[in-house]
Design a protein around this ligand. Structure first.
Ligand code: RFL
Ligand code: PHB
Length: 391
């Protein structure tokens, strides 16, 4: 098999890249080790930055998002039994969309197939060869047979556990890693959201997040120890812990409860690989970097990486100008490190580290009060959350 750009992974990064390349007349093939139903079901992100939502609209993928998703003009920070709203349009002129990653992936797969795109499901990439030559190849296994995809460029959009990152020569790679001593227990529940916006709550018992998927489905998360087994958390225990962490002092607001349809554990880590390109192999999305989900940045970074890469490939194939491709790694990493910092900062501000001293906890409280009282501090949070326009 031969194509122009060989893409590994049918997550949001790989699919969006394939879509953007198609719109610029550049052929690609996506290899995906899972089946289509699995890719469309995987529960993950829910918040889409202003600029990424615009990019989806500009490339013909905004219609269902605008009809079925929610535009959110703010979030609530909840601490010390009080809520404080961060107003995005007032502070930044921007907003975010609540639109699940599952839905973005469904729309992208449908659109690629309707446009005649090639996505090979249940095809596992097993090796990337010749990245320092001008004829790189991806070896893959599909239907019990071995095959090869030859291409001009390989883009590894194969997530944190893929083979892309480990195919860069060891001597050129640097990695940066931080693992947090807690995780998120996430649930989906058949209950209407208990308020119109997301609530990020810091409580002595730990962090909690109120989010949503639709008018009738809520998505909620609890900070738990990193080695938690979700089976140890009964539905009753989850609801009473959530209620305790979202408690408000002078208000009769109540968290609605309902049947829990999904429970899963998300480990928390920060991770960056540098560089994001070697020879004819590019890394994009979770293949190159991971953020803890507190800042809602993972999906957005993945989409931004491939927007940048598609632009570089468009110039290269359109006019022979390779400057965009040459600058890809440095340009992408500037945004990545800003998002790494924001995600680390939001995580440290809102979670209770088991090793935290009373001093650390008072600093957290003091900073939250500062955000509530000081417009520039709130604006900085809002700027980062809705997405920095240019880094
Ligand atoms: P993905 O989505 O992991 O896709 C990688 C794809 O590659 C395939 N693959 C292979 N295919 C062929 N051969 C191989 N050898 C392969 N190895 C792997 C995999 O099967 C998969 O289909 O990476 P991508 O495209 O870079 O997208 C990244 C996002 O999925 C991720 O950053 C976000 O989901 C992170 N995230 C959030 N991001 C946000 O921007 N906002 C949020 O609100 C948000 N919430 C979250 C999140 C992630 C979470 N979890 C579970 C990690 C909430 C959670 C709970
Ligand atoms: C989600 O809805 O899954 C979600 C929302 C905000 C986050 C993380 C996850 O920061």
């Amino acid at each position: 098999m031969r194509t122009t750009v060989g893409i590994i992974g049918a997550g949001p990064a790989g699919l969006f890249l394939s879509h953007l390349l198609h719109q610029n007349g550049i052929e690609s093939v996506v290899l995906e080790r899972r089946d289509r139903a699995y890719c469309e079901r995987r529960q993950r992100a829910g918040v889409v930055e202003h600029g990424v939502a615009e990019a989806l609209r500009d490339t013909g993928l905004g219609e269902r998002m605008d009809r079925e998703g929610f535009r959110h003009d703010g979030i609530e920070l909840r601490f010390d039994g009080r809520g404080h709203r961060i107003d995005f349009p007032d502070l930044t002129g921007r907003h975010v969309m609540i639109w699940a990653q599952t839905e973005i992936v469904k729309d992208l797969i449908a659109r690629r197939l309707a446009d005649g795109g090639r996505i090979v499901f249940e095809a596992e990439a097993t090796g990337i060869e010749g990245i320092e030559s001008d004829r790189p190849r991806i070896r893959f296994a599909s239907g019990g047979a071995e095959d090869v995809l030859e291409c001009d460029y390989v883009v590894a959009c194969d997530g944190f556990h893929g083979i892309g990152r480990t195919s860069l020569p060891e001597e050129v790679v640097r990695t940066y890693d931080k693992v947090y001593p807690f995780a998120w227990l996430g649930i989906l529940a058949d209950v209407p959201p208990s308020c119109d916006e997301l609530i990020y709550a810091r409580h002595e018992r730990g962090f909690a997040l109120h989010s949503m998927r639709s008018e009738t489905v809520s998505r909620l998360y609890l900070q738990v120890p990193a080695d938690t087994d979700p089976a140890d958390w009964s539905d009753d225990r989850i609801w009473s812990e959530l209620a305790a962490r979202f408690e408000l002092r002078e208000s009769d607001w109540k968290l609605g409860t309902g049947p829990i349809t999904d429970k899963s554990l998300t480990p928390m880590r920060s991770f960056v690989t540098e560089p994001m390109r070697h020879g004819r192999l590019f890394l994009a999305g979770d293949a190159a970097h991971i953020v803890p989900p507190t800042g809602a940045k993972g999906l957005n970074l993945a989409m931004r990486d491939v927007m940048l890469l598609a632009e570089g490939l468009r110039s290269w194939y359109g006019t022979g100008d390779g400057a965009g491709l040459d600058a890809y790694s440095d340009t992408a990493l500037r945004r990545v490190w800003r998002a790494e910092h924001f995600s680390y900062w939001m995580t440290s501000l809102l979670h209770i580290d088991p090793a935290a001293t009373p001093f650390d906890k008072r600093l957290q409280q003091s900073y939250l009060e500062h955000i509530a009282a000081c417009r520039p501090a709130a604006a900085q949070l809002a700027e980062n959350y809705t997405g920095l326009p240019a880094v």
